[in-house]
Write a protein of this length. Sequence first.
Length: 379
Amino acid sequence: MSTERILFSRPHRAQRELVNLEAVLGSDHSHGDGPFTAAATAKLKAITEAPHALLTTSCTSALEMAGLLLELGPDDEVIVPSFAFTSTATSMALRGATCVFADIDPETGNLDPAAVARVVTARTKAVVVIHYGGVAADMAGLLELAAAHGFAVVEDNAHGLGGRWRGRPLGTLGTLGTLSFHDTKNVHCGEGGALLLSDEILMARAEIIREKGTDRARFLRGAVDKYSWQDIGSSYLPSELNAAVLDAQLDEFDLIQTGRHRVWHAYATALPEWARRNDIRLMTVPADREHTAHLYYLRAPSERRRDDLIRHLAGLGVSAPFHYVPLDSSPAGLKLGRTPVPCAHSAEFSATVLRLPLWPDLADEQVERVIDAVTAFTV
Ligand SMILES: *Cc1c(COP(=O)(O)O)cnc(C)c1O
């Protein structure tokens, strides 16, 4: 039996990556908004059914653009899940808004609409939601609250490209959606992201914000004869080199997803009996949601047992990390946010979760080794 360490995550290599990169480097045109930006954007629009998509330098940049487009300022509050990645909150805090942390649904790890309802105020301008592991949050509850209170919904859809909620693509359910193409995500270009939009007015402004506050996008379409400074903005447009890799990856999106779902399904099939005997909770997917196999996570009965399981797996050459220090208890969260209601589920989730290796090219023998290592652990 091989004892080679099994990595937690490994980026897929798409066939056309090098050919595409050669084409860009040979073209004397490697700044953004060239043919690969257009091709990759068209593919993203096809997958997400979004009326508009803009490639960005990261998901964090796309979230920053959301904060700019929503005109957040120091008088505003943005509700953010306590169990989230830092970018989800810091992109809003960057605009001076106060992050108000809300608890999660312990079943999915996603923002709980009931917890949102408890912390909404007249100053709530937006709610940012994550579809954790590519499993949609309870969007019915959140969209109902958004309609009742008039706040925007931003979907940090870093995990959810291709996922669906009640048949509708993730990233298009709220006001704005963001994607990540960091090399730990399902589809990657090293570092990259996208902003998904449906509103025409927001789209017109987003193009300008992304291009240093200029109307260069309109100029490139031939709609104006020169471009000039129009609005505040920054440099959120990725280079053609990134777009070239992303385009090659998107060509193989179905292959990537099939590979990831194969691994996810193997875990979901092999582990229930062991989980029952050892008081472990497995990842669940509510019936009205199609997930993206971004993660396969387990939840141990306690933090001590979770740490024991991580050590046990490490001893057998299997990497199984945990993540997300609750934002409300992190140093910046304490300084820049408020937590009106303690987020007990988030604290518990963070202390008990661990993630198993999951990447599209993980071989069946390696998946078997992970399963054998996991099921050799007993409480
Ligand atoms: C990875 C990730 C991000 C940040 O993505 P970048 O492209 O690295 O900026 C944001 N939110 C979530 C939930 C993520 O997993």
